[in-house]
Design a protein around this ligand. Structure first.
Ligand code: NAD
Ligand code: MG
Length: 402
């Protein structure tokens, strides 16, 4: 191949990507993969929130075209940090949405929480391919999110490790022969805790996940197993299965990332070391595969893979999530909003660890009494369910204090 032909070929293949939440755990892992394959990827926009120094450093290293902070008060500091670089700077929630609407080959949606919904759905409405890490935006937006993708043709590539696993082994040609989708859960740091130990559990203990290194909010969700509840809701929307076809299996080693069971007795699973760079690389390169700087799985070194049922008495968050999913409409948006408040209250030591799920349940019960569990007909319905869930959870939080 001549040099020019090679250049053209490379230019043809380079995927232009925007990262929403580039300064977080998923965002940094994404940039790690992208920076190792400069022929394949180029960065259009990077979006973050409060960590201006990291955002500016990433933008310079990746030669991004645009950098946005969601917090308008960061505009000046970001502008100063990038003075003379030629990189455009913007700030504020509208600028985040505008960044997501720019024409690119792929958006990595890795903002944490429902804050990611507005920009992610704006990108979905444009038909842009989404690498979806931000599960909360799918839990809140529900079928409005998936319907928007169907309308625009936007492809949603799951980044959550369990959903990437299912995506890798689910044969869509035989979808009618799938009997169950089984998400694995590590069980988190409190898997063996007694009810009394759970009552006394601290944020410091909860933030020490045995297998995965992640942002703070998802680490707390993993300890309460609310993360698995959110992931069941995510799987329901992504894979179009019935609620009773969704299951969870506790697997403390986090090597089997999920399983798909077929009617003929076959169960297919995807295995790998617990490193998010594998599912991130899979989504970035799909439908191809690229190499990722991940330790290869050596099962002889792992020795044993074990599995157990979830103890719903000690970890009621999965049941609470499935009930909300069955109720439909705005229930999962309220659940997500209440959980975001509950996690923040727990991290501030104003709420006990089991109080997280109790507060979420109490908020959903109040929403039902107030007639707030209606259908979702528009994004405005999602925003009002989200605002309601946050307000009521904050009000009720005092009752569940430590
Ligand atoms: P994180 O806290 O490390 O990073 C969050 C990112 O979102 C940061 O870049 C932050 O600046 C940005 N952000 C926060 N609030 C924002 C706002 N209002 N507007 C714009 N940006 C904002 O979180 P994380 O662990 O990287 O998780 C990101 C998402 O991916 C979450 O939804 C999480 O559930 C999901 N996820 C994470 C992992 C993991 O291993 N970390 C695995 C699976 C799924
Ligand atoms: Mg996961």
């Amino acid at each position: 191949m001549t040099a020019i032909a090679e250049r053209i070929d490379r230019a043809d293949c380079a995927k232009r990507i925007t990262i929403l939440g580039s300064t977080g755990s998923i965002g940094c892992s994404t940039l790690d993969i992208v920076s190792r394959a400069p022929d394949r990827f180029e960065v259009d926009a990077l979006v973050g929130n409060s960590n201006v120094a990291r955002l500016a450093e990433q933008a310079k290293a990746m030669r991004a075209r645009l950098v946005v902070s969601a917090d308008p008060t960061n505009y000046r500091a970001l502008k100063e940090a990038l003075a003379g670089s030629g990189i455009a700077v913007a700030a504020g929630p509208e600028a985040v949405v505008e960044a997501a609407q720019r024409p690119v080959d792929m958006i990595m949606a890795s903002i944490v929480g429902a804050a990611g919904l507005a920009p992610t759905i704006a990108a979905v409405q444009q038909g842009t391919t989404i690498g979806l890490a931000n599960k909360e935006c799918l839990v809140s937006g529900g079928s409005l999110f998936t319907q928007a993708a169907l309308r625009s043709g936007a492809r949603i590539l799951p980044v959550d490790s369990e959903h990437s696993a299912v995506f890798q082994v689910l044969n869509r040609d035989h979808a009618d022969q799938v009997s169950r989708i089984i998400l694995t859960a590590s069980g988190g740091p409190f898997r063996t805790f007694s009810p009394a130990e759970l009552e006394a559990a601290t944020p410091e203990q909860a933030l020490k996940h045995p297998n995965w290194s992640m942002g703070r909010k998802i680490t707390i969700d993993s300890a309460s197993l609310m993360n698995k509840g959110l992931e069941l809701i995510e799987a329901f929307h992504l894979f179009d299965v019935a609620i009773d076809q969704l299951d969870v299996l506790v697997h403390p080693q986090s090597i089997v990332h999920s399983l798909v069971e077929y009617n003929d007795g076959s169960t297919l699973a995807q295995l790998g070391m617990p490193d998010m760079r594998t599912p991130i690389a899979y989504a970035l390169a799909w439908p191809q595969r690229i190499s990722a700087p991940v330790q290869q799985l050596r099962l002889e070194k792992i020795g044993q893979l074990t599995f157990e049922e979830v103890d719903e008495q000690r970890f009621p968050a999965i049941r609470v999530s499935l009930d909300a999913l069955a109720r439909g409409g705005s229930a999962t948006a309220v659940l997500n909003a209440a959980n975001e408040i509950a996690v923040a209250e727990f991290l501030s030591k104003r709420l006990s660890f089991p109080g997280i799920t109790r507060l979420v349940q109490a908020t959903i019960d109040r929403a039902e009494q107030d007639g707030m569990l209606a259908g979702l007909n528009s994004l405005d319905d999602v925003w009002s369910a989200d605002a309601y869930g946050r307000r009521v959870a904050q009000e009720l939080a005092a009752r569940f204090g430590r």
